[in-house]
Design a protein around this ligand. Structure first.
Ligand SMILES: [Zn+2]
Length: 60
């Protein structure tokens, strides 16, 4: 089995990798930590300081 190609996500406007997605974290009692429960389409660029379109790039 071959390793999948590593990917990264960048801002479609400025190509910065300083991007985040809106998500819900739910409390996991067994693990005693917040874990990712839901990931939304809303993406924010911390360089553009606004909502942006996220782009997938090869990380290699
Ligand atoms: Zn940007």
């Amino acid at each position: 089995m071959s390793q999948p190609e590593p990917i990264t996500f960048v801002c479609a406007s400025c190509a910065s990798s300083s991007v985040t997605r809106e998500a819900w974290a739910a409390w996991d009692v067994a693990a005693q930590r917040w874990s990712l429960a839901e990931l939304f389409d809303y993406a924010f660029c911390h360089r553009c300081h606004r909502r942006i379109v996220i782009e997938t790039r090869r990380a290699g």
